[in-house]
Structures are given as C-alpha cells and as structure tokens.
Design a protein around this ligand. Structure first.
Ligand code: DAH
Length: 359
C-alpha cells in the first residue's frame, strides 16, 4: 500500500521541479491537495479500512500531505530568489550621477509677519491667544458694545452662516476682537494678550480680501492708562518697521468697544509717487486702538471700577504690504509660486524690540 504513496511522492517531485511560475505551483497544489486532489481522495478512503491499517495509512497520508506543502513552499521560495537574482544582475546604479536639485520652500509673508509681531509683543510680555473663526453674534458684536441695530454692524460686511431656528446667530468673525471677550471671561487681570488670526468680510479689491488677517491686542490691569497704550504702540511700530525714529501719530477716532479711541498713523513720504515709510510729511493709518470701554469689561465679568486697560487691532496684510512694498492684497492668496519666491522669506528672521537690531 505504501508503494502507491512513494509513486505519488516521485510524481510530486517531478511536477514541483517542472513548475516554474507561481500559477503552475498553485496548479500542482490543487492537483494533490485540492478538494478533489489525489491525496484528498485517498484520505476519503480511510474510513473503509480496519482500525490498525487506518491508523498507519492515515499517518502516512498526513506525512505526505505535509511533504507536498513544504515541497511547494520551497519551490516558491526558490523561484522568487531566482527572480531577485535576475533583477539584481540586470540593474545598475551609477553612484557618480549628480544629485537631483532640491527646491527650497519659502515662508509666506503673512506667516513671517505673524512671527515678527509675536516676537515684538512677546518681548513686551504679551502672550498669544486664539479663538474660533466661526463666532456667535454675542462675542463678535454684542459683548463688544455693538448692539443689534448699531451702525457698526453695517460697516463690517458680515458673512452670516445659515442659522438653526432657536440657536444663536453665527458669523465668520469680522475681526479678532471677540477673542478679547473670550479671554476676559476666562482669565483674571492682569491680562496681556495678542491674537493673530483669520478674519472675514464680504469685500474684495486691491486692498481688501474676503479672508484676511488681523492681530488684536489687549492689556488689562489696575492702573493702565493711555500713556501705556501710546508707549507700547510707538515701540511696536518702530520695531516692526525697523526705524528708530519713525514718527507715530495718535488721531482721535471712534470704536464702540473703546473710549477714548485713537487711530494710529505712521510718518511717510510719497515723493515722486513712491511711498517711503519713515520721514516725510505724510501719514499712513495702520491701526485702531483705545481704552477698553467699561461696558465691555462689565459684559465680560470684569469689575470696571477696579480694572482698566487698552486694546488695539490691525490688519496684518496691510502692515506686511507697507513694510515690503507689496502693491496688491489679492496676490497674497493666489498661490502663485513666482510671487512667493519673490516676496517669501527663506529663513526665520525676526526683528527685535531692541531697536536698531533688525537682522
Ligand atoms: N476690531 C477693529 C476692526 O476690525 C479694530 C480695532 C480697533 C480693535 C480698536 C481694537 C481696538 O481692539 O481697540 O476694525
């Protein structure tokens, strides 16, 4: 009886040796071990044998089955080794070829400007705070002393989001000022924060983009006064533009969230149609500021008889355009690599509050 198994074994050897693809190996496996395979059929005949004979024949058949599996596995491995040898034999690497040129990325002027602003205010002890792009009406307007029918709401070209009935109205924040509110509700004075971030208004031309960036500033303490506001913003303007004696002017203005309010201008000249920041007898408006309106403090749960402070807000694209002579705001967001190569920054170069030390 065992003879027939020897015969099967030598047929297996021949079939395995002849199989030179994985598909051929699989065909051999099916021929021997498949549902109707030769060994499978023999296993089905075990039931007809006497117990002793069945035990012996069963053991032999099982051994044969494992032999088929390992024989075919060995064949598979040897085929794949052969294929690898062949590939290694035919491939050539030329280690003398020059390396591929690397292209270096650039930092977007907005990222660079945020880094610079954070570095300058960071040296004055301000921390960075953040808030959501989608705001509710209360944080964006009401808490900042802009009640529902206030004309300031009309001037902001607000993007309103589709509302759920009964839920508070939501907007894409029109300024970074709502983060003042969020911060004052969480932190106890003294507070010193700046808030760089995205803002949105439905407006688009050479100096407006529907998405733009602002940085907000807020300082609240017990004895903070307008002199601190002036000193802080003059120092900032001079450090940011890298001009020690940059003229800075405070012009009375109005914002619902500050009282009194001032807009800040820096000196410039426009001789021959060319704008030059610094000397000259002209002015450029760059930011809004003021002493935080006591109503805003109260809206945020801060005792306005004990605390006072100042706030400011400015457009980051605007100060970046002025500093680097970028003429059109829309180009910031056109993702034109030639523009980025021209106006982008290749390394982190951050000006210092220590005036005159701009890298
Ligand atoms: N939120 C104002 C705007 O978007 C800018 C501003 C002005 C912010 C005066 C302030 C401020 O914090 O005190 O136009």
């Amino acid at each position: 009886m065992a003879d027939d198994l020897d015969a099967i074994r030598s047929e297996l050897d021949a079939a395995a040796a002849a199989a030179d693809t994985t598909a051929a190996i699989e065909a051999v496996r099916i021929d021997f071990l498949g549902r109707k395979g030769r060994i499978t059929e023999l296993l089905k005949t075990l039931g007809a044998l006497a117990p002793d004979a069945r035990r012996e024949r069963g053991a032999n058949l099982n051994r044969l089955k494992t032999d088929v599996e390992s024989r075919l596995e060995a064949r598979r491995r040897s085929l794949s080794d052969q294929a690898l040898d062949q590939r290694l034999g035919s491939e050539r690497f030329d280690v003398t070829l020059p390396t591929r040129p690397e292209s270096e990325g650039r930092l977007h002027p907005i990222s660079q400007t945020i880094d610079e602003v954070v570095a300058i205010f960071g040296e004055m002890g301000f921390q960075v705070a953040e808030g959501p792009d989608i705001e509710d009406d209360w944080h964006n307007f009401t808490a900042l002393n802009i009640p529902p029918e206030h004309p300031a709401r009309q001037t902001m070209d607000t993007f309103y989001l589709p509302g759920q009935p009964g839920a508070p109205k939501t907007v894409l924040r029109t300024h970074t000022s709502p983060v003042q509110v969020r911060t004052m509700k969480i932190l106890k004075p003294p507070i010193r924060i700046i808030v760089p971030g995205r803002t949105f208004r439905s407006d688009s031309d050479a100096t407006h983009s529907p998405m733009f960036h602002q940085v907000e500033g807020l300082l609240i303490d017990e004895t903070t006064h307008f002199g601190h506001l002036k000193g802080c913003l003059i120092d900032f303007c001079r450090a940011f533009f890298g001009i020690d004696n940059l003229p800075v002017r405070f012009r009375p203005s109005y914002f619902p969230f500050t009282e009194p309010s001032a807009e800040v201008d820096i000196g410039c000249s426009r001789k021959g149609g060319e704008l030059k920041i610094g000397g000259g007898d002209d002015w450029l408006e760059i930011l809004g500021s003021g002493m935080v309106n006591p109503k805003v403090l109260e809206n945020c749960g801060i005792d306005s008889t004990k605390y006072q402070g100042f706030a400011f807000g400015m457009g980051l694209e605007r100060i970046a355009m002025l500093k680097h002579g970028i003429p059109d705001l829309r180009t910031f967001y056109e993702s034109d690599l030639r523009w980025l190569r021209h106006y982008g920054f290749s390394e982190l170069s951050v000006p210092s509050m220590v005036l005159g030390l701009e890298p």
